[in-house]
Design a protein around this ligand. Structure first.
Ligand SMILES: Nc1ncnc2c1ncn2[C@@H]1O[C@H](COP(=O)(O)OP(=O)(O)OP(=O)(O)O)[C@@H](O)[C@H]1O
Ligand SMILES: [Mg+2]
Length: 335
């Protein structure tokens, strides 16, 4: 395997131009079909089967693509969110996104945006998630999202697809969006798994990113060793992704390109809550690519953002300064 430094296959997509370049002013399009209104309830202790009174309740915008957009904003990038929003909860999402500086062009649907509830308890570093599934969009709603993406993709510096599809969705939705991105000449990063991800690879996304567990599920194979992970990531790469990144929480992450593979060790941190670290990773990579980094270097900022996210209780609460200083602690070596 050649050294990763020689693998510049994203050169043509992200020219090393100064920040003033027109590309830099274009937004990063974040596409996610399952946004959620997050209700975080804080308790001294939660006891099942009893009346539990919350000390504090906070509403925030959530969902994979929403998390990516929020972290991009924290990093000083310009995200543009699209997906589905509906009902009063959708209207609340719009207000909350505006308050966080995230611009959105979501498709309005009749089904109310789902509410997901997080229970936090004093002195515990784990949270309890009560997840409502997103409503299944009908054909006309998917067509509306597809049209919205086709409008927005040519104006975007890059695009990110993040998260699972709503239950009972057509498996080729991401493939259709990946084709639209390719036709628009907009580099695509996709964080998904199983058939929707595999189908999208045909359209050569710049990066396919997933965690080790999702990689195993995608190929119905146990991931027992580094060799298993690298070989399976290489299979994803051969199916069409230009780069494949496989993360595993605090453990080693693997980046596979056409001519190279490398191994990253994330920074050592005090873990508080790692939910959303994958989303923060995607955001960090996209921001670094846009600033002119090559993929392996961009992954360093991504993993640092993932670690910075894990240091805080709230998903997508990433401090840009912390992430930039953690970047220096990400170790990278050829596989
Ligand atoms: N406990 C941790 N310590 C250090 N870094 C972490 C930790 N958890 C996550 N990270 C960083 O974030 C990256 C992505 O994390 P992870 O593999 O947990 O993503 P994920 O499973 O896709 O998460 P999610 O889907 O909830 O966003 C890791 O590769 C690592 O760099
Ligand atoms: Mg993830």
């Amino acid at each position: 395997m050649e050294n990763f430094a020689a693998d510049n296959s994203n050169d043509w997509k992200f020219p090393r131009e100064p920040l003033q370049n027109a590309t830099m002013q274009k937004p990063i399009l974040c596409i996610g079909a399952t946004p959620a209104l997050q209700r975080t309830m804080e308790f001294e202790r939660v006891k099942r089967g009893e009346v539990n009174r919350a000390r504090k309740v906070t509403l925030s915008p959530a969902g994979k693509a929403v998390n990516v957009a929020i972290v991009l904003r924290a990093l000083g990038s310009d995200p543009m969110l699209t997906g589905f929003l509906g009902g009063e909860t959708g209207a609340m999402m719009r207000n909350l996104l505006t308050a966080r500086g995230v611009t959105e062009q979501c498709v309005e649907i009749p089904a109310p945006t789902r509410i997901c509830t997080t229970l936090m308890e004093d002195g515990r570093n784990t949270v309890t998630e009560l997840v409502e599934e997103a409503a299944t969009p009908d054909d006309s709603e998917w067509r509306a999202l597809s049209a919205r993406c086709r409008d927005l993709l040519p104006q975007a510096a890059s695009a990110i697809i993040a998260g699972a599809l709503p239950p009972h969705s057509p498996v080729d939705i991401y493939a259709m969006l990946a084709r639209a991105a390719r036709e628009a000449g907009t580099p695509l990063l996709i964080d998904s798994q199983k058939q929707p991800l595999l189908a999208a690879l045909t359209h050569a996304p710049l990066l396919a990113k997933l965690n080790v567990h999702e990689l195993g599920l995608t190929f119905c194979r146990p991931m027992r060793s580094r060799r298993d992970i690298i070989e399976t990531a290489q299979e994803l790469q051969r199916r069409g992704a230009q780069w494949v990144l496989v993360t595993n929480g605090a453990r080693t992450a693997f980046l596979v390109g056409e001519k190279s593979a490398c191994i990253f060790t994330p920074p050592k941190i005090q873990t508080v809550n790692a939910v959303g670290s994958g989303d923060a990773t995607t955001a960090g990579i996209a921001a670094a690519l846009l600033a002119g980094d090559q993929m392996p270097e961009a992954v360093k900022l991504g993993l640092a953002c993932g670690a910075a996210n894990a240091m805080t209780l709230t998903p997508a609460d990433v401090n840009a300064e912390t992430a930039r200083s953690l970047r220096a602690e990400v170790a990278m070596r050829p596989a």
